[in-house]
Design a protein around this ligand. Structure first.
Ligand code: FES
Ligand code: FE2
Length: 350
């Protein structure tokens, strides 16, 4: 185990190339829990959410009996998609390719023009199930997780207390392609050290030094009471809590606002970051105004992060970077994240 005060960053080859990409998909992403959305998005029968888990398309759907089920979003005929986006009230899961149709419980119930095919038994054909968990109204899914959802979230109860997001509604998603490895984007999120240099407007608004960064188990938390953080002070009194949950989920929590980020690895040098916005129901015009301002501001900050991450990516991929010292005061969460990665990669791959 390295210690924080003497730590170095990870080597560049972990952020570049087909080998690292394949390893991450296989050993990290497919063995982790992925946030798909909020339970209010799958309230009724046939409501569904989709996601990508380490390159595997998956879906979560509420069945006719009210059970929330997860499946690989891969038709058992020739791999067509059952759902291409989130939706409401589907009566069945119908493949977009040749129309085979599965019940909401994943059982094949109709196969187009297959009647009379010898030894073809519909009852033996079922979508591959995956695990689903709902915690505080957040819907997670996993293919083959290394840990239980409770283990993953150990310690988050300290600041979250009894907070629950079940009554929040989805408002919108913004997806940003970023020209960097997915881990690099996460690490950039984990420190405020770059804020004065990369985000001038954000820096004028908050004192990043007042943020406390804690890292333990499978998450880290950057937080500050709103009055000192200001944080745009769009949402009134209360804490601003910024969680990063292993390996690629962020929960950005302000009073009456949840913004989640999910970093999807689309290639060795590229990722897509989904920003999802959720709020309790509130139709007042001043609330609308606040939300728009918040979202526009977030878009500016995101563009600045995307730009710096793309530049760092090029340097990491150049083969010329030699790992530098970590700032123990400002990069403890980066260090913690690196330690989790080191543990999984093992000394032989570092
Ligand atoms: S791939 Fe699904 S029906 Fe052909
Ligand atoms: Fe940033």
């Amino acid at each position: 185990m390295t210690d924080l005060t003497h730590a170095y960053a990870l080597p560049g080859h972990l952020y570049h190339g087909a080998e690292a990409h394949g390893f991450d998909a296989e050993r990290i992403l497919r063995r982790s829990w992925q946030l798909l959305g909020l339970v209010s998005q799958v309230r009724d029968s046939g409501d569904h959410l989709v996601a990508d888990i380490g390159g595997v398309p998956v879906l979560v759907v509420r069945d006719e009996h009210g059970v929330l089920r997860g499946f690989e979003n891969i038709c058992r005929h020739r791999a067509g998609p059952l759902a291409t986006c989130a939706g409401r009230g589907a009566k069945a899961l119908r493949c977009r390719y040749h129309g085979w149709t599965y019940t909401l419980a994943g059982q094949l119930r109709a196969a187009t023009e297959m009647a009379g095919t010898p030894d073809f038994k519909m009852e033996d054909i079922h979508l591959n199930p995956i695990q689903v968990a709902v915690v505080r109204g957040l819907v997670f899914a996993a293919i083959e997780p290394d840990m239980s959802i409770d283990e993953l979230l150990t310690g988050t109860e300290k600041k979250l207390g009894s907070r629950d997001f079940s009554h929040y509604e989805f408002e919108r998603r913004q997806s940003f392609p970023v020209a960097c490895n997915w881990k690099l984007y996460v690490e950039n999120y984990l420190e405020g050290y770059h804020v004065p240099h990369v985000h001038p407007a954000l820096n004028a608004l908050l004192d990043y030094r007042s943020y406390v960064t804690e890292a333990e188990h499978w998450h880290s938390l950057q937080w500050s009471p709103m009055e000192s953080a200001a944080s745009g002070n769009f949402y009134g009194e209360g804490d601003a809590l910024y969680y990063c949950i292993w390996p690629n989920t962020m929960l950005n929590i302000l009073p009456n606002r949840l913004q989640t980020n999910r970093v999807i690895a689309t290639g060795p040098d590229t990722c897509v970051v989904d920003f999802d916005y959720y709020y309790p129901v509130d139709d007042r015009p001043e609330e609308r105004q606040r939300r728009d301002t918040d979202q526009q501001f977030s878009e500016v900050v995101q563009a600045e992060d995307a730009e710096i991450c793309a530049q760092v990516q090029r340097a990491l991929a150049s083969g010329r970077y030699q790992p530098g010292r970590i700032n123990p005061k400002r990069e403890n969460a980066v260090f913690h994240y690196h330690e989790l990665i080191r543990r999984i990669y093992g000394p032989e791959r570092l």
